[in-house]
Structure formats: C-alpha cells, structure tokens
Write a protein that binds this ligand. Structure first.
Ligand code: NCD
Length: 341
C-alpha cells in the first residue's frame, strides 16, 4: 500500500510487505522512544487525538508517539465534552476537526464510525478502535511483540501456534490480530471462549480459507496446551445489553501461575492487550504472573509507542527524515529495565 496520506481503518488494508515495512520503521524509532536521542521531524504538525470512548494506553501512546516526533497534540476524551453530544454528525465534526489537524486518531463506540468520519475528513485518519469491530494499531503492536518474542526463541511468525482466550466475539483487538496473522503462513489458532462469545464466523472462515488451522475450544485447559503464545482478553462488559448478562462470563477463564505451570509448555509467551480486569471476581490474567519472564504485556505497551511512531512517520511521509532531525537528549533520563525478553 501507499502509506503517504492514507487512512488506517482496518487491518484488511495490509499486505504482509506493508506490515514488514511498518516494523522496519518501528525498529528505527527505538532510540527516540528510549530517550537516547530526540527528533523534531514533525515540528509544527498537529495531531487531533479524538477519543469518544474510554482509553488509557491507546490515547496516551498515540499522543506520546506524536510528541516524540516533535509534533503537538490536541485531544478530546468524551462524547459529552464534544459537540457530538449536541447532535452534530460525524460528517460535520470531521470537516471541522480536519481543519485544525494534520492527522487524526479516532476511537468511537460504533462499528464503522471511524470510516464514516474518515470519508468526510480532509486529513488522514487512524482507527483507534470502532466499537467491537477493529483496532488496527493494537494488532500491529501485538504482532510486532509476537515477532520479537518468537525471534528471541529462534522462531518466526510463520508456523506460530497461538491461543486467543476470552471474549472473542466483542474483542476488536482479537479481530484485527487474527486478520494480521492471516497474512503469514501455517498459523495454528486455538480460539478459546464460552460458546456464546466465539469469534465471528467471517474471521474464522477467512483464516481457514488461507490454509491456517483453527480449533475452537470451550475449556481453558484444553486450549492452552501446545501453543507458543497465550493471548488473553477481558470480557468486553461495555458491549453487553446489561451488566447481568456480562456478569455470567466474569471469571470463567482465569490464567494464573499454577494453571500456566500445569498446562503450558515451558516459556509460553503470555500477552494481553490490556487493561486486564484485576477485580477479584474477574482476574483473567492473575497478577501472580507478574514475575514470570514470559509475561510480555508491558513489552507490548512499550512497543505500542514504536509502532504508532512508525505509522505517523509513514503516513506523513517523514520516515526517511527522522534521523536528519536527531539531537542529543539534554535532561536526566531514568534507566529503565530492559524491555527485551
Ligand atoms: C483494548 C480495546 O480498547 O479494544 N484496549 C486497548 O486499546 N489496549 C482491549 C480492551 O479494552 O479490553
């Protein structure tokens, strides 16, 4: 694909070579994200960071990624704090906001809303999550993490064995990740969910059509044997008609250290898009795994900055210029523990 000036709305847009290009640029961003150097390549540019649904890491990491490239960020965080609450259409909001920004990231609770917004926008738009549909930047950072974790184990994404666990019906991060993994070859998927929360048929059929192996499981223990990666997800409570309905699924699948030791192969990587639900009744990913070196969740969040910097650099066509604008860091920078597996 041609990145320059493009909207990023769905993982369907990508070929394998596009994903590899994003990862190549992401790797170049590491010294800036680690505060070893600064760059001002996007000095003067403005990101409109429009979040009409709750978000912590996606919103902040997109904002930081833009700042790390030297740009400024303007944002809104709630529907009720914006004119959408006064009945303004997505079309009008897009026409207005695209006059103020060079690029827009948008999250919204309705499927297809970001695409509708992008149609009226005069600047590129990145989908930060449209309801239960898609979350392309999350899938890219997840896949980047998969690649790193597997390469530390002398392996590649081709031939990966992955268990996706939890609310696979409503989890947009899972939907986008499955589609991206589909671009590689010979992936073995175990889709572990309650029967009512299985992954959409369209996604499963697409994977089967591409020659991947897909096994649907309703038991956690059965699903986590013989895989390289556990990708655990939260019940997407906000997508259910009522809290009572969502409560039926709370705590059904809990991965903790003893389950891991008993049922997983040694060194199985543990991932989660976060936030994990750490309330005692839920705990789909127990904090007794925090000392497990295979827990990659915070490597995922660190990688999110690199991948989002890469998207901005490619879409705004400065990927080749980043290092030309590099300067030394002049302030005290805390030594962070290594992020690598
Ligand atoms: C995910 C999302 O919003 O879809 N979170 C995120 O962006 N990292 C997953 C979730 O909310 O469970």
């Amino acid at each position: 694909m041609i990145f320059k000036g493009s909207h990023i709305l769905s993982t369907d847009q990508f070929e394998r070579a596009d994903v590899e290009r994003i990862f190549e640029v992401a790797a170049e961003m590491r010294p800036y994200a680690q505060r070893k150097r600064i760059t001002r390549v996007l000095s003067g540019a403005i990101l409109g960071n429009m979040f009409f649904e709750p978000s912590t890491r996606t919103r902040i990491s997109f904002g930081c990624a833009f700042n790390l490239l030297g740009g400024e960020v303007r944002e809104t965080t709630e529907v009720k704090a914006s004119s959408l609450a006064k009945g303004e259409s997505l079309h009008d909001t897009a026409r207005v906001l695209s006059g103020y920004s060079d690029i827009i990231v948008m999250r919204h609770p309705e499927v297809g809303s970001v695409a509708e917004f992008a149609e009226a926008s005069r600047v590129p738009v990145i989908n930060g999550g449209d309801g239960p549909n898609e979350h392309p930047s999350q899938a890219l950072l997840d896949l980047y993490t998969v690649k790193q974790e597997m390469s530390a184990r002398g392996r590649d994404i081709d031939g990966l064995r992955i268990a996706l666990i939890g609310d696979l019906k409503n989890g947009r991060a899972v939907h986008s990740l499955c589609k991206l993994l589909g671009l590689f070859s010979g992936v073995q998927f175990k889709l572990v969910s309650p029967p009512q929360l299985e992954a959409p048929m369209a996604i499963v059929s697409e994977l089967l059509g591409k020659g991947h192996k897909v096994e649907v499981c309703h038991e956690l223990e059965e699903g986590i044997h013989h895989v390289d990666i556990l990708y655990v997800t939260r019940t997407q409570e906000e997508r259910f008609e009522s809290q009572e309905e969502a409560d039926q699924y709370r705590g059904l699948f809990r991965v903790n250290q003893s389950i891991y030791t008993e049922h997983c192969e040694p060194n199985t990587v543990i991932m989660h898009p976060l936030p994990r639900d750490s309330r005692s009744a839920a705990k789909e990913l127990d904090d007794d795994l925090n000392q497990n070196p295979n827990l990659a969740i915070f490597r995922q969040t660190d990688n999110g900055v690199l991948v989002r910097m890469a998207l901005f650099a490619l879409i705004l066509d400065v990927a080749e210029e980043v290092h030309n604008h590099a300067q030394p860091v002049t302030w005290y920078t805390a030594k962070r523990k290594p992020n690598l597996p």
